[in-house]
Design a protein around this ligand. Structure first.
Ligand code: CUA
Length: 326
């Protein structure tokens, strides 16, 4: 267990400045989870050392030596049996006493001025709506720092799970039901998250990021999100917009301010401003955008994006247009 945890922590620490790990909490809810985890972990370590130590001691101290006959045969030892029944029971009671208040604090109600967010799981991406602000976006959740946020979890198809370990433990996104939780981000930065409930072929590639920023930065982001998409300024980008309309992308994607008004896929109105594409798995660079558009099944096997084979010119144009949607 200790080795597995250490390896997992190392692996996650290698993933960037804000690793996807429960061990570096940045909210009250995440600290509560980390503290419980560490208590149970060390209780297990101590129990393991005591039990295995006693076992090794007995094996060596009382091993059979040459000349030994059959040892005295005994059955049962009442004090010992009572002891090893009561000791774990006490440990379990301590864990319960620590866990129950944590469950209630994790389920606390949001303050009346909390920011409301709807997070909707899709195979295999995350939709984020801000009902009070009129913002709809995908795969990158922006939150202001030091303000309560009430997140309502829903699913468009199958079970998913919303998990940003440095902000909070995971909670399922269940079709036909709304789960809610409240968090209060305390640290600005970009925090990686992912779906944590098996939901089909591309489950492991269903990632997203939470950008926690100052209120001023958040307000600026909201203003930009509310605006229509930028009109392409170059001929290349203009032909990209045309290719997108003729290629059928409009049937699934919305780009506000254009003819694209589909609602099956992520809203692309400001996708050029996002840090990642393809539901959090690729950094948003022109090279990656080209890779994604030329081979979506190679990048994310099983994804439902239907895209015709594109010529080099069409790829150039589409990349120019989409990257320009700041
Ligand atoms: Cu969505 Cu796993």
């Amino acid at each position: 267990m200790a080795v597995a945890l250490a390896v997992a922590a190392l692996g996650m620490a290698a993933c960037g400045a804000t690793p996807q790990t429960t061990l570096e909490p940045t909210t009250e809810a995440a600290r509560t989870a980390r503290d419980l985890l560490m208590f149970v972990f060390w209780a297990m370590v101590i129990t393991f050392v005591l039990v295995e130590g006693a076992l090794l001691y007995v094996l060596i101290r009382f091993r059979r030596r040459s000349g030994d006959g059959i040892p005295p045969q005994t059955h049962g030892n009442t004090p010992l049996e009572i002891g090893w029944t009561i000791a774990p029971a006490i440990l379990v009671v301590i864990i319960v006493v620590l866990t129950v208040p944590a469950i209630f604090s994790n389920a606390r109600a949001a303050s009346p001025d909390a920011l409301q967010v709807r997070a909707i799981g899709h195979q295999w991406w995350f939709e984020f709506q801000y009902p009070d602000l009129g913002v709809v976006t995908a795969n990158e959740l922006h939150l202001p720092v030091n303000r309560d946020v009430e997140i309502q979890l829903e699913s468009n198809d199958v079970l998913h799970s919303f998990w940003v370990p440095s902000l909070r433990g995971k909670l399922d996104m269940v079709p036909g039901r709304a789960n809610r939780f409240t968090i209060r981000p305390e640290v600005t930065g970009t925090f990686p998250g992912q779906c944590a409930e098996f939901c089909g072929t591309a489950h492991a590639l269903m990632k997203f990021h939470v950008v926690v920023e100052t209120q001023a930065d958040f307000d600026a982001w909201v203003q930009n999100e509310l605006s229509d998409s930028l009109t392409p300024t170059s001929d290349l980008a203009r032909s990209g917009q045309e290719a997108l309309t003729l290629g059928g992308c409009v049937a699934c994607h919305t780009i506000r301010g254009t003819d694209s008004a589909g609602v099956l896929g992520p809203d692309l109105t400001h996708m050029g401003s996002r840090q990642h594409i393809a539901a959090g798995i690729l950094e948003n660079t022109p090279e990656n955008m080209r890779l994604w558009l030329s081979d979506p099944q190679g990048v994310k096997p099983g994804n439902t994006m239907v895209i015709p084979e594109l010529t080099t010119d069409q790829l150039d144009a589409l990349v120019a247009y989409l990257e320009g949607l700041k």
